[in-house]
Ligand binder design. Structure first.
Ligand code: IVH
Length: 695
């Protein structure tokens, strides 16, 4: 281990151009990075950068085979066993997969051609059947079941020896602790432990608020959680799991199952209660592999978890056996990458942005960088504390992450030398949009503009929030239009929206008459709404969708909510002192009441009435989980109906779940419901339940 050599940020001096010296420098750098990654759980360079240096070393060693030594990073699979976790020798080694780095879909053709050649096939032979799967970006896990009980969970480690993390894996709800009767007495299931993006964002948000350590990416957060010595920490970090293969299993000769294909095996694992990704599919020949790569690539941002590529596997297990292995990699599988979700680039400046609640967010202006499939020029730095903690300054080379449709963020600084003094970033004292004072409340990590709706930035955000799909659902009122309307001073308050006329809209740049009419029609349509949507749309601090629904259910009318005392508000389900106070203060201010009155005067209306007149709360106290696609109802519509009847709609199945409503392609939640004996309904059954029958 050496100190930072900074090969990335500093050019390699001419005198280390000698192969032996350069090879040593590259190895030291890779070892240093690997130590930070695997042992300290604190990666300092993007994977793509590690891979680039790794390949550079591989190429140099290939050109100078006499310089290859057994301790080179290229000669071993990295993975240090952390102190404190017991080593586990894998009965069947955990292999890695050869990676096709060509991110073009054609990489699939290269693999298919190789497989055909190795199987001795000619063009006249039929296409090969593959299974195509997402390549989950988490960490590999081997789960050992004996007589249907989970007895051991181990990380991959170096492929031969991993770490015993059974205590932590038991906290993952998606992993069954017991299996149905009739499973083989010995069964090792291999798969990926990962963290969903939403869970990762929530975890980091929580950490940021509490001033704790934030994680670079979901993989890093998952790896850290899995390798805790104390499983109560793991339990607070929501992890998920997908099965993708098998380790040891009772052989057919001793009564074990006979699988003909990989796909058949995955279906069986699913039936036994393991989550298997819905995207997994059989693909015939290179053409279908190419199509799969494109199709999954196109939906990558919409997936709830990170993937860094796809994996193709020869489906027939007898052909897998024929193809065999090459060192530690099977010849029957290949990983095919997508563009990296983390890349390094330079910060050219730091600006601030003002959000809906007045939050001031520092934003890094970047030298353009291609990351997660798009060119990124801005990335959030979250708040001043994050900037200080990460030590970011203008001119630094930083790691930028962009995954899904989440805003790109700066996750760390690459160790590098600053050539001169660069002052630390300071928060502006005045809001850059409206000039109001910028403050940070005690105990808060964020700075805020105190301008309220006087601040145009906050006004824009407030209007966008009001118009959002889950609020007033005003189609076509997007950020470009809101920018124009606020900048032209056509709209100052929410009710101004409903006073818009054709002339003022057409007067805007790039607004044709037809689009203007569409906007007016959407505004008109939005006037018929519901109380929860309206309340949520007002954008009160701490009042999310669920709270808005609870309030509407409890009070029945807006007037009752506006006039409620803090004590009365506290009687509402899930409303604590902070929310109650925030609501009370909001409605105590005459100008806020004025906005509400004006909106009503413009014709915004919703069905309301005293609590007794509302739908009977026949599902009060029940918890329902929706999964899969229902034949006629959208997920939102089903949720609204259930909630209107008093049910709580939850995201995951537990012993406390009253019903699971399952549609087509229901996956692990359905399996879990069956395992726990939770009643499962289809859409018709749900409607019957809501009509008061069936309870
Ligand atoms: S199969 C013999 N399938 O990729 C092949 N691996 O280098 C064994 N990974 O860290 C692995 N998604 O955890 C397989 N659908 C998938 C995968 C997958 C992610 C990871 C795996 C390992 C690496 C393989």
């Amino acid at each position: 281990m050496t100190d930072n050599l900074d090969l990335f940020s500093a050019p390699v001096p001419a005198d280390i151009a000698q192969p032996a010296i350069k090879i040593k420098a590259l190895r030291d750098q890779l070892n240093h990075w690997a130590h930070q990654y695997y042992v300290l759980d604190e990666p300092t360079v993007p994977d793509a950068e590690y891979d680039r240096v790794f390949r550079e070393l591989q190429a140099l060693e290939a050109a100078h085979p006499d310089l290859v030594t057994p301790d080179s990073p290229t000669q071993r699979v990295i993975g240090a066993v952390m102190e404190g976790l017991a080593p586990v020798r894998h009965t069947v080694p955990m292999l890695s997969i050869h990676t096709e780095t060509d991110t073009e879909a054609t990489g699939a053709q290269a693999f298919d051609a190789r497989v055909r050649r190795e199987l001795g096939l000619t063009d006249a032979d039929p296409a090969i059947e593959y299974v195509a799967e997402p390549k989950f970006d988490g960490l590999a896990m081997s789960l050992r079941y004996e007589n249907g009980r989970l007895v051991q969970a181990a990380t991959r480690g170096d492929g031969e020896v991993g770490e015993d993390v059974t205590h932590n894996i038991r906290t993952i709800r998606q992993i069954p602790l017991t299996l149905p009767d009739g499973v083989p007495s010995l069964l090792e299931v291999r798969g990926e432990v990962y963290m969903r993006r939403a869970d990762f964002d929530a975890l980091n948000e929580r950490q940021r608020e509490q001033g704790g350590k934030t994680f670079v990416n979901p993989r890093n957060a998952a790896a850290g959680a899995v390798r805790q010595l104390d499983s109560s920490i793991t339990a607070q970090r929501p992890l998920s799991f997908f099965a993708y293969g098998l380790g040891a299993i009772t052989p057919p000769a001793e009564g074990g199952p006979v699988f003909r294909t990989h796909f058949e095996m995955l279906q069986t694992l699913k039936a036994w209660g393991f989550p298997v990704a819905a995207q997994v599919q059989v693909a015939v020949g290179a053409t279908e592999l190419v199509a799969f790569h494109q199709q999954v690539g196109a939906s990558r941002d919409a997936l709830p978890y990170d993937i860094d590529g796809v994996v193709y596997k020869v489906n027939r297990l007898d052909l897998q056996r024929d193809l065999g292995f090459k060192t530690r990699e099977p010849r029957w599988a290949v990983a095919h990458k997508y563009p990296a979700q983390e890349m390094a680039t330079r910060i050219e400046g730091i600006d601030v942005q003002v959000g809906r609640t007045g939050k001031i967010t520092p934003v890094a202006r970047l030298a353009p960088v291609f990351v997660g499939g798009v060119t990124v020029t801005n990335a959030t730095l979250h708040n001043l504390f994050e900037i200080r903690k990460k030590g970011v300054r203008v001119g630094d080379t930083v790691i930028v992450r962009r995954a899904g449709d989440v805003i790109p963020e700066v996750v760390g600084v690459m160790p590098g030398k600053r050539t001169g003094y660069v002052p630390n970033f300071q928060m502006p004292k005045a809001c850059p949009v409206c000039g109001s004072a910028v403050v940070r409340e005690k105990g808060e990590a964020n700075h805020r503009c105190t301008g309220g709706l006087f601040c145009a930035a906050q006004r824009k955000e407030a209007i966008l929030h009001f118009a959002a799909r889950r609020a007033m659902d005003i189609e076509g009122l997007g950020d470009k239009l809101v920018d124009q309307l606020v900048d032209a001073n056509v709209i100052r308050t929410l009710p101004d929206l409903y006073r818009l006329g054709l002339t003022s809209l057409i007067a805007l740049e790039r607004m044709a008459e037809k689009s203007a009419q569409n906007v007016l029609a959407a505004l008109e349509k939005s006037k018929q709404t519901t109380l929860p949507r309206f309340l949520f749309g007002l954008g009160l601090r701490h009042v999310g969708e669920a709270t808005a629904k609870d309030l509407a259910r409890h009070f029945g009318t807006l007037d009752a909510i506006m006039d409620a005392s803090v004590e009365q508000l506290l009687e509402v389900n899930d409303v604590g002192p902070v929310v109650a106070q925030s609501l009370h203060t909001f409605f105590a201010q005459p100008h806020n009441r004025e906005v509400v009155e004006q909106l009503r005067a413009c014709g915004v209306t919703w069905p309301e009435g005293p609590v007794a007149e509302r739908a009977p709360q026949i599902l009060a106290g029940k918890t329902v989980v929706l999964t899969g696609t229902l034949p006629t109802l959208s997920r939102d519509a089903a949720k609204d109906m259930l909630e209107a009847a008093g049910a709580k709609v939850a995201g995951s199945v537990s012993k406390k779940t009253s019903y699971v409503v399952a549609g087509e392609e229901a996956g692990s939640k359905l399996a879990k419901a069956r395992e726990l004996g939770v009643p499962v309904l289809d859409e018709a059954g749900m409607l019957e339940l809501l009509s008061g029958q069936g309870i």
